[in-house]
Design a protein around this ligand. Structure first.
Ligand SMILES: Cc1cc2nc3c(=O)[nH]c(=O)nc-3n(C[C@H](O)[C@H](O)[C@H](O)COP(=O)(O)O)c2cc1C
Length: 148
């Protein structure tokens, strides 16, 4: 199994918690992984031979959190080819907001534009029903790990 890199965007820490719990889960499965810290994120670029997971909440009016925004902007501008890169997307949102999971939707568009491949349909978590998003995320990833 290839190395798994995890990027997160959070406002109040929920997406960061989910991302950190993922690293614990992957360590338990003896799968190599790395959580990309925010201080490193703006200049960090994925290795196309590794798996990229993006865990991102929504804020404002279907926006992504401020801390992940500069990375998204940089990628939009650089427009690299992500052909061959496998990506998994996990959104944390709340269906009581008008634009549900708009944050991760920005990354769905970017991934499509750059030519990467989604490992599974995006997991769009809803805070009104997904009370343990870290567990739901692990379950979602297990589905991919089983078949790879
Ligand atoms: C001010 C504010 C705005 C939000 N806007 C949205 C939104 O537009 N769409 C959505 O699906 N969820 C929205 N949410 C819900 C959050 O994305 C959700 O609670 C998520 O779990 C928060 O994760 P975080 O702590 O990592 O930011 C909003 C929450 C807050 C507090």
């Amino acid at each position: 199994m290839k190395k798994i890199n995890i990027v997160y965007g959070t406002v109040n820490g929920e997406a960061e918690f989910v991302a950190r719990e993922l690293t614990t889960f992957l360590d338990g499965e003896s799968l190599e992984n790395e959580l990309i810290e925010h201080t490193d994120l703006p200049d960090w670029r994925p290795d196309l031979d590794e798996l990229l997971l993006i865990v991102c909440s929504s804020t404002g009016y279907g926006d992504m959190p401020d801390e992940i925004f500069p990375w998204h902007v940089a990628l939009e501008q650089e427009n690299p080819s992500w052909q061959g890169l496998e990506v998994g997307l996990v959104g944390l949102g709340d269906s009581s907001y008008e634009i549900f999971n708009g944050g991760i939707a920005h990354f769905e568009k970017l991934v499509e534009k750059l030519g990467a491949t989604l490992i599974q349909p995006t997991l769009k978590l809803d805070a009104t029903v997904n009370y343990a998003p870290e567990e739901d995320t692990q379950e979602w990833l297990r589905g991919y790990l089983k078949q790879s």
